[in-house]
Design a protein. Structure first.
Length: 151
């Protein structure tokens, strides 16, 4: 009888712990993929030849974990359209920013140029409780990495 009374709260607690762990894993994966994409873009100037291809490779890196867009996505329901790239030549994808946010940013040792890679609007899919057909989502806030850019 005691087991029957404790089974439901124990199952709810177990599912909550599993979902929380999955959410942390997905968030960490997104943070690392955005950081890797920003690192790739930081090596070249937006003025250099082939920079447009490098931006496409950075988007593939953020979504698939490689520059060729091969294989499955790193986390479910992530697409290249949710990856935003902003630099001193193109900043319109990043809401609330302007060219001054990325061009000749003053520091204590002179000015630098910045590049930003951001994932906006990722909805983490919850598994849901057993016997329920609903799969609600939790929206993560913007996940962004900003790095110094060459040139």
């Amino acid at each position: 009888m005691e087991f029957a009374l404790l089974l439901v709260p124990l199952l709810l607690l177990s599912f909550g712990v599993v979902e929380y762990g999955r959410a942390i894993y997905h968030y960490n994966t997104l943070v690392k993929s955005v950081r890797a994409a920003a690192r790739l873009l930081s090596s070249q100037s937006p003025d250099s030849e082939g920079y447009g291809e490098l931006v496409a490779e950075a988007r593939c890196l953020a979504v698939h974990g490689n520059v060729d867009c091969l294989g499955p996505v790193l986390v479910p329901k992530l697409s290249a359209s949710s990856v935003k790239v902003c630099d001193r030549k193109s900043w319109s994808e990043c809401k609330g920013s302007n060219q001054d946010s990325y061009r000749s940013v003053p520091t204590g040792q002179g000015s630098i140029h910045l590049v930003s890679v951001r994932i906006d609007g990722y909805a983490f899919p919850l598994i849901g409780l057993p016997l329920l057909n609903t799969g609600p989502t939790i929206g993560f806030g913007p996940i962004e990495a900003v790095m110094r850019q060459a040139g």
